[in-house]
Design a protein around this ligand. Sequence first.
Ligand SMILES: C[S@@+](CC[C@H](N)C(=O)[O-])C[C@H]1O[C@@H](n2cnc3c(N)ncnc32)[C@H](O)[C@@H]1O
Length: 205
Amino acid sequence: MNESILKVLEKLEEQSSLEKSRKVNVLPEDRMLAITKETGELLNMILRLKNAKNMLEIGMSVGYSTIWCAEAIKEHSGKIISIEHTPSKIKRAKENFLKAGIEDIIIIKEGEAMNILKEFSKKENYRNFFDFVLIDADKENIIEYFDTVLPMVSLQGVIITDNMLYPEKYREDMKKYSNYLKTNPNIITITSEIGNGEEITIKIK
Ligand SMILES: C[S@@+](CC[C@H](N)C(=O)[O-])C[C@H]1O[C@@H](n2cnc3c(N)ncnc32)[C@H](O)[C@@H]1O
């Protein structure tokens, strides 16, 4: 891995573990709430296996997951569209992308995820467009995010959803989501124990 990317990832991993240890008092709006390193590696591997070119991320925070994905997608001259509504996190993410040297391949969409997704879904060029999607924003709207995104995912495209198992406060919402996915004949899906629990979903029809 390129030295600049590695350095930024390592720095963010340090921040994330401090945040989780509660040794420092981080204000709620400043929390990274990042995926684990193991999940970063998983996303990176899937993007490589798929030769993915068009990725959508819902919930960017300060860009830790985005950087793991960018590291893979840059190999195929791909692009990541990433959605986030907190200005201070967007500012930090931009600084991190610059330091990692990947700012050119990330398009940040600032605002409410559902509004942005609804706008995207009206555009014909986004039909079957994304070969990889990461859903990692608020959990209350998770089913609506999935339903809005699915028509924009290409055949054999992958959707990863974080926090299926942890934190436990999301368990109930995530169980409902997982049961909902199981009723859809157009996808195959499994819940893996990687990281905070990752739902791995493939669009087959
Ligand atoms: C779990 S964090 C994302 C972590 C990031 N994917 C990572 O692993 O580095 C969720 C992020 O989604 C953002 N978010 C939550 N609800 C949102 C919404 N309705 N619209 C846009 N962003 C939202 C939060 O501000 C937060 O930064």
